[in-house]
Design a binder for this molecule. Structure first.
Ligand code: SF4
Ligand SMILES: [Zn+2]
Ligand SMILES: [Zn+2]
Length: 308
C-alpha cells in the first residue's frame, strides 16, 4: 500500500474500507482497541470491577478478543479476565484448537479454564452426532445449544459477572439476516439481551467485537502474530450461512458500511422488542432449573431424545 497512514502519516499497511482509513501498524492496533472500547461503552457492557469470563475457541476472533480486553482491562486493576474454553469433544479438531488456546493464554499470563460436554452432559459432540435421531437437527444445532449451556455453567462456577464472546461484525450481520429470512426476527432480540436486563441464573453475555469486521480481526492478529488455530471443524458446512457470507461480502465490497448498517438495524429492532415485556417471560426448566421459555429446556429435551 503506497499512501501514508490517515492518522500519523507513516507508511500504511491496512485499508479499513468502511471508515476509509489507511492505517500504519501502530494506528491499526490502536484504532482496533478504540473501536472495541467504544462498543463496550456504547452498550454499557462492562463495569470497573467485573470478573469477565472470556470464551476462547482457539480461533482468531477469540484470540483478538482476549488480547484487546487484556489491553483495555489493564487500566482497571479491579477487573479480572478468566479465559474459558468449552471442549465439545470433536476428535482431531478441538484438541488442536485447545493447544492454541493454551498457548495464547500462557502468553498473557492467564490460566485457561476448560469445561467439557462429556463432563457436563455425559456425551461428547461426536457421541451426540452418532446417537441423534435420523432427520433431527444438524451437528451445529446440538453444538450451539450445549455450548451455550456449558459456557453459562463454567461462568457461574467461576463466579463471573459477564461472559464475553468473540462474535464479529460479519458473524452478526449473517445471523441477523438468517433470522429475518427464516421468519424469526424475535430471536434477534432474544439473543442480544442487554446486561441491564439480565435474568437470574443466566450470566449476561457481551459481544465486544461486533463492530470489527473479520478483515480487521485478521489484520490485527496477523500484525501481532497471535497464536490461533485456523482449521475448519469437520462438522462445519452450514450452507445457508455460507451463502449469506458470500452475498454479504459482495455487498460490503460494493457498498462499504453495509454490515454496520445491518448491525444498527438489529439494535433498533432489539430495542423495539424490549418495549414489549411479554417477549421476555422465562420460566424455570422442570428438570435442570435453568431459566427457559418452555417447561422443559432445549438441553433437557435434546438429551431426552438422545437417551431414547
Ligand atoms: S462448526 Fe458446528 S459443530 Fe463445529 S464447532 Fe462450530 S458449531 Fe460446533
Ligand atoms: Zn499511523
Ligand atoms: Zn433443563
Amino acid at each position: 500500500m503506497q499512501s501514508g497512514c490517515s492518522k500519523c502519516g507513516k507508511p500504511a499497511v491496512y485499508l479499513r474500507r468502511y471508515t476509509s482509513e489507511r492505517l500504519c501498524q501502530t494506528c491499526l492496533l490502536e484504532t482496533t482497541t478504540d473501536r472495541v472500547r467504544r462498543t463496550i461503552n456504547r452498550h454499557k457492557m462492562l463495569q470497573e470491577n467485573d470478573r469477565i469470563a472470556v470464551a476462547i475457541s482457539g480461533g482468531k476472533d477469540s484470540a483478538v478478543l482476549l488480547h484487546v480486553l487484556h489491553s483495555i482491562e489493564s487500566n482497571f486493576p479491579e477487573s479480572e479476565l478468566i479465559p474459558v474454553t468449552v471442549d465439545e469433544g470433536i476428535i482431531g479438531y478441538r484438541d488442536k484448537a485447545l493447544e492454541a488456546a493454551r498457548e495464547l493464554t500462557r502468553s498473557l499470563d492467564l490460566t485457561l479454564e476448560i469445561v467439557s460436554f462429556k463432563d457436563l452432559f455425559d456425551y461428547t459432540l461426536d457421541d451426540l452426532v452418532q446417537l441423534k435421531p435420523d432427520g433431527s437437527l444438524g451437528a451445529c444445532s446440538y453444538c450451539g445449544v450445549f455450548r451455550r449451556r456449558a459456557l453459562n455453567e463454567i461462568a457461574k462456577n467461576m463466579k463471573a459477572d459477564v461472559i464475553a464472546t468473540g462474535h464479529n461484525l460479519d458473524d452478526e450481520a449473517q445471523t441477523v439476516l438468517m433470522n429475518i429470512m427464516r421468519g424469526d426476527s424475535r430471536r434477534i432480540a432474544r439473543t442480544n439481551v442487554p446486561r441491564s436486563r439480565s435474568i437470574d441464573g443466566l450470566v449476561p453475555r457481551i459481544k465486544p467485537l461486533t463492530e470489527l469486521s473479520e478483515r480487521d480481526i485478521v489484520a490485527y492478529s496477523h500484525h501481532l502474530n497471535l497464536a490461533y488455530h485456523d482449521v475448519p471443524c469437520p462438522y462445519a458446512g452450514e450452507a445457508y450461512r455460507n451463502d449469506l457470507r458470500s452475498f454479504l461480502n459482495d455487498m460490503e465490497h460494493k457498498r462499504p458500511g453495509t454490515l454496520l448498517a445491518i448491525l444498527r438495524s438489529a439494535e433498533a429492532m432489539t430495542e423495539a422488542f424490549q418495549l414489549n415485556p411479554s417477549n421476555w417471560t422465562l420460566i424455570t426448566c422442570e428438570r435442570c432449573e435453568t431459566p427457559s421459555p418452555s417447561r422443559i429446556c432445549k438441553v433437557c429435551k435434546l438429551l431426552e431424545e438422545i437417551r431414547g
